[in-house]
Design a protein around this ligand. Structure first.
Ligand code: KIV
Ligand code: ZN
Length: 387
């Protein structure tokens, strides 16, 4: 089995979500939880961006005992100096520097040429190496960068001392096959690729961030950059909980992570509360409905054998447990199950009769709750038998 390093960027790319800005205390608390979760690298912030973020990176550097602490910078000397300074207390530090490599960036953003950008990339890595041996280079918009040029940039920055190559699909443009092929291309065309780790950094503009990151890992990338709840610029980043559980579920891929999966739901709630961004109910792994069963067909199968409709045990990801939700689409077995859980012992005939009154309530309400069931039982039998 090969390890895939988990690079968490909740405190940097995740924090770029409008309204999600965190103060130093909030960042420190989350950093401790992320380290306990088992992430390998924590991108703590963008030190040059504000004095507050500098302080956050500096303070996080002091308290991390195992995780590598990473600070972002542009390919600008001042940024790199400030990142180096913010990280000086870290037991293990990484500078994440880079520049846009697609023609969109080279022409429109920098009004420059491919050769000049390549030189700036090399220069940035050389500066960063003055502060740490662990330098990650990002080729921004690599998803839309010509592969041949991208390979030239990768070769040059590895020569300059980059130890990790981040291949961001910054705009979330790639298809999984394309993104995986890009990784394979680099593995086959960058002569010194064995001296660096390839990293996936995928955005979710087309809802493909998780699929693309997994395709990248299958092709040979050994680091995935992700955030709790998939937070991040625009439609977000790759969701940490999703990639971790995909690799865990599909053991045949031969890839594992260090993540303590039973902490996934608690940390998801913590991040949602601190950043004030609720998790959508149908979100995989951590959404409120991720382990809820509401239609009769599913409920019947689930009650006979949970594996029929659940591929993950809720305990494995720290969820509260599976829920049988009663709605107008529910069937008799779910109703019987819920009555039984409340202590009522009704036989099949009782349930047949109760089911008719249940449907009347269910058609009026979105969800039939415990109190409704007590009332139905009372109306059916004024003095219900409690088992
Ligand atoms: O999406 C992106 O390209 C980034 C880089 C700064 C790594 O977030
Ligand atoms: Zn990003």
């Amino acid at each position: 089995m090969d390890q895939v390093f988990i690079f968490d960027t909740t405190l940097r790319d995740g924090e770029q979500v409008p309204g999600c800005k965190l103060n130093t205390k909030e960042k420190l608390e989350l950093a401790l939880k992320l380290e306990a979760l088992g992430v390998d690298i924590i991108e703590a912030g963008f030190p040059v961006s504000s004095p507050g973020d500098f302080k956050s990176v500096e303070e996080i550097s002091k308290i991390m005992t195992r995780a590598v602490v990473c600070g972002l910078s542009r390919a600008v000397q001042k940024d790199i100096e400030v990142a180096g300074e913010a990280l000086r207390h870290a037991r293990r530090s990484r500078i994440h520097t880079g520049i846009g490599t697609s023609d969109f960036h080279i022409r429109s953003k920098f009004n420059s040429t491919r050769d000049e950008i390549l030189q700036r990339a090399v220069q940035a890595v050389t500066w960063a190496r003055n502060y740490t041996d662990d330098v990650e280079f990002y080729a921004e918009d690599a998803g839309r960068t010509d592969n041949e040029y991208l390979a030239r940039v990768c070769e040059a920055v590895i020569k300059a001392g980059a130890t990790v190559l981040n291949i961001p699909d910054t705009t979330g443009y790639c298809l999984p096959q394309q993104y995986g092929d890009k990784m394979s291309y680099l593995i086959n065309h960058v002569p010194n690729i064995d001296k660096a780790i390839l990293s996936c950094h995928c955005h979710n503009d087309l809802g493909l961030a998780t699929a693309n990151s997994i395709a990248g890992a299958i092709a040979g990338a050994r680091q995935i950059e992700c955030t709790i709840n998939g937070l991040g610029e625009r439609a977000g980043n790759t969701s940490l909980e999703e990639v971790v559980m995909v690799l865990k579920q599909h053991r045949q891929l031969g890839l594992y992570t260090n993540i303590q999966t039973q902490m996934l739901n608690p940390i998801s709630r913590e991040v949602a509360d601190t950043m004030r961004v609720p998790v959508q109910p149908n979100k995989a792994i951590v959404g409120g409905n991720a382990f809820s069963h509401s239609s009769g067909i599913h409920q019947d199968g689930f009650l006979k054998d949970s594996l029929t409709y659940e591929i993950i045990n809720p305990d494995e990801v720290g969820a509260d447990g599976s829920r049988i939700v009663l709605t107008a689409r529910s069937g008799r077995s779910a109703l019987a199950h819920r009555f039984q859980k409340l202590g009522y012992s009704f036989n099949r005939n009782d349930i047949d009769v109760l089911y008719e009154s249940f449907l009347q309530v269910a058609d009026r309400k979105k969800e039939v709750e415990e109190e409704d069931l007590h009332q139905l039982a009372k109306a059916y039998r004024p003095e219900p038998v409690i088992a």
